[in-house]
Design a protein around this ligand. Sequence first.
Ligand code: PRX
Length: 633
Amino acid sequence: MVRKITSLGGYIHEYQKSVENPKAFWEQQAEDFYWRKKWDNALEWNFEEPSVNWFVNGKLNITENIFERNMFLRKNQTAIIWEPNKPDEESITLTYEELFRKVNQFANALIKIGIEKGDRVIIYMPMIPELAIAMLACARIGAIHSIVFAGFSANSLEERINDTQAKLVITSDEAFRGNKIIQIKNIVDEALVDCPCVKNVVVVKRTSGKINMKDGRDVWWHDVIKGLSEENESVEMDSEDTLFILYTSGSTGKPKGIVHSIGGYMVYSAYTFKNVFQYSDNDVFFCTADIGWITGHSYIIYGPLLCGAKTLMFEGIPTYPDAGRLWEIVDKYKVNQIYTAPTAIRSLITYGESYLENKDLSSLKVLGTVGEPINEEAWHWYHDHIGKGNCPIVDTWWQTETGGISISSLAGIIPTKPSFATLPLPGFQPVILDNNGNELSGRNVEGNLCVKFPWPGMLRTIYGDHKRCKETYFSKFKAYYFTGDGVKRDEDGYYRLLGRVDDVIIVSGHNLGTAEIENAINEHPLVHESAVVGYSHEIKGQGIYAFVVCSELSTGGEEGIRKSVIKGVTKIIGPIAKPDKVQIVKELPKTRSGKIMRRILRKIADDDFTNFGDTSTLLDPELVEIIIKGRVK
Ligand code: PRX
């Protein structure tokens, strides 16, 4: 049983313990799991290299902690409830035993295909039960899963496949998404043209749409599991072996393959799940994220299942068939905790409250949000209309890199304040540094959010590029982990996140590097250069504004370029990265040394033409006026 804090006094006490003696604190949490061999030392670390090892030489398998460990108590209890895209299609419920059998059988299929411990497997799938089964089967045999959100383009998929050198891709024929059908196997086929590392593709039949199956490479899921045993002996893993790689955008260059290891991630995802959401036995937990993001990894699959929870997996989108869908699901399954993103809430607000009529939301006890700061209006709407004023909101701050929730209130235990993530989880030690690296202690301070001590769920490296890991996270402030976020600590000691301090923008809760979008735009044959910035967007939090310099205009004129730039980005990265606004400019505002003055572009994109700050280094100050005049509203 993962321990649960039950009072504010309890939190303060646990937090203190976790800072005074972090090793002992986390050892106590780790004792609650099943280890084939106990660790020799709870932690060895050094933030300069960086090198972080939790539960050193401990041996385990994470799926044994989900299945064998839960089997005695929960054999016949629901593990996963699956709600399909179309409300009239039948839902699926899998008990712990049923899920275990399916995971074992698919683990046997992976072995049959030739997947071994340490091999990388790419999963590119819609939100169907086989996605959960596939990832757990990988973990069962010690293969490393790397899930790619099925909204990414063939190009993005190819980049991730080649970076991981995966041998196998698991996908489905097509995907239902609202009233659309997405040809995901076709996207895989397109990606695989340049991926010699991939030997096989396993395809789940979801829509029965027509697809191509390549002889010798592609095999149907239902064929590959045929006749295979539903029992499988799990592979013994080291605590520090890699569990998964998950790609996230950075401020420069290509996406980073964030590496998480088994032991620490297991303890951290379970501990944070149970404590933040105050999960009790038999509660139904509903995280609306896609498993292609870290939120889905940690709070649809690993955290809940490690705690023996009932976790709900939803294939569709909040607005299909109408904007009442999430509330219909809450009513249907008597959901107790719901976890979603501010962008979803803001979007649902625009549809009005009529979609809440006739929906019984009285089962709800906790409301969670993640991905970006939740603005006050959305906070109050969520609190009043969904929680009926009775449910605490947990505004959870964390990152792909932190592995699990890091700053958040614990539901009903730490008093909340709209737009504040509140306090750090036990074992997470945030500090605020000024730009010179000085620690700003005390209250009412603002600066760069860093962490001074390791926590078990933290990233271990960037796949194949440890140097980049060091440079990105551990070099700006020596011997600290740098989150890339700005933060304020107020007079109560509460943390309020202020957004990214680097060139990453958060669009609908998704992290996007502006450089990556610029690279995609620059692929356009007529584009000479470009600069992408974020601007405040009512629904998405931030929208994408692209300033584009063209060598010449095509026959379609500016509008033609705009359209083809948007199309190009959608093709290269995926629809999540497509610019909302594209402005064709003669030149970009640059300093005399040739650096783009993004600060100015950000203000223009935000319709704020005051106070451009020091513009004395601008090469051509008149340009700014011209860009303002031509801005896209
Ligand atoms: O800027 C912060 C923002 O999202 C970033 C992490 O994005 P990603 O790795 O995609 O993970 C998102 C889901 C965990 C952070 O650096 N962010 C996330 N949650 C919050 C947030 N900003 C403010 N408040 C939050 N609750």
